[in-house]
Design a protein around this ligand. Structure first.
Ligand code: BGC
Length: 348
């Protein structure tokens, strides 16, 4: 395998953004940019061998800078929401940037996603990005250095390895916010995609998309994907949770079954299959509910509602305020380490 590096653009402050392309021998190409340690594109063949990009996003730095909804970006230090942008740790209360409705802290106000990360070619099939967040940024305490390494394997897996250390006790939750559309373009939405997920419970939310604290069984609800079901089949069901979020925008509590993917998504026409594996306790299934076609994406195609789906692997949202959720607290010097894999294949 080989990696090619090219110029992608200049940031307003003159910093250069580069594009890294890794191709394997099966016509799969992974492209990355160091703005936001972004998964820029993933080209894969369909069942007829036609190669398309299965991610939704932007062709240019201009798009990323002006219209982003975190397409492909790494999110940190705390992905997803923290209620009222505040939490207490070690007896101290932290007030974070309230970047959503002047109330909630969402995706840590975009700090890691908007940063230009350092990059090294770590292997002939791997690129590693690193970024240090200075103490106090967005209200979080401690200097935090994060690394994200992307590897493309010959068996068509995109392996994303996160590691991070902070010099003060803190909360951490890193994810990648890539939107997939297995059709290979945003011309059609993802409602026909069939999803299977090993999750027995999910986390209901309130009107601000903050977890209520309940961990609810999926059984008998539109949130049960243990048996495969299209994303669209129940998305407009008369279910308060779907109405609140305008679709799926919820954390699913993963069962992690030995030898099985945590989630499998299939698109019947192209035959493309995406499998997701993670060691984190949850995943946010977000079906692009707030996309509205007002933004033009790759290939000049408007990014409409449900143009893509995200599987954002994570600690549950608002964990810093939810003592019954798995803990996202890391002591000073303690390493955050996690791996998420997206594996692509085709099925007749
Ligand atoms: C959130 C959505 C939000 C999207 C873009 C997702 O992680 O759950 O509510 O619209 O990110 O910010």
């Amino acid at each position: 395998m080989a990696i090619s590096v090219s110029h992608y653009g200049f940031m307003p402050d003159g910093k250069e953004v580069k594009l890294y392309s890794i191709s394997n021998n099966n016509d799969v190409t992974l492209q990355l940019i160091n703005l936001g340690a972004t998964l820029q594109s993933l080209y894969t063949p369909d069942k007829y061998g036609r190669v398309n990009d299965i991610t939704i996003g932007f062709d240019s730095l201009y798009g990323h800078l002006n219209f982003t909804d975190y397409q492909g970006k790494v999110v940190g230090r705390y992905a997803n929401r923290i209620a009222n942008g505040s939490f207490s740790l070690g007896g101290k209360k932290y007030q974070l940037t309230q970047n959503e409705k002047d109330k909630t802290c969402l995706h840590s106000a975009g700090e890691f996603s908007d940063a230009v990360w350092d990059a090294i070619i770590a292997d002939d099939n791997a690129v590693e990005f690193s970024y240090t967040s200075p103490d106090g940024t967005s209200g979080f305490e401690g200097n935090l250095t994060a690394k994200v390494r992307y590897t493309l394997t010959e068996d068509n897996k995109v392996v994303i390895e996160y590691s991070a250390v902070c010099d003060k006790d803190t909360v951490m939750n890193f994810t990648n916010h890539v939107y997939f559309n297995l059709n290979g373009s945003a011309m059609s939405d993802v409602l026909d995609h069939e999803m299977q997920m090993n999750a027995s419970h999910y986390v209901p939310i309130d009107a601000d998309s903050i977890p209520t604290g309940e961990i609810r069984e999926v059984k008998g609800t539109a949130f049960d994907f243990n048996a495969p079901c299209t994303i669209g089949k129940r998305i407009y069901d008369n279910d308060e949770q779907l109405t609140l979020a305008r679709g799926y925008d919820h954390n699913f509590c993963l069962c992690h079954k030995e030898g099985e993917a945590d989630a499998t998504v299939k698109e019947p026409v192209s035959g493309r299959v995406l499998k997701m594996y993670t060691d984190l306790p949850g995943v946010q299934l977000y079906t692009g509910n707030f996309l509205d076609g007002s933004v033009i994406g790759k290939g000049g195609i408007p990014i409409v509602k449900h143009a893509g789906f995200c599987l954002e692997t994570q600690f549950y949202p608002d964990s810093p305020n939810q003592p019954d959720f798995p803990s996202c607290v890391f002591k000073a010097g303690e390493e955050f380490k996690s791996t998420t894999v997206f594996a692509v294949s085709v099925e007749e």
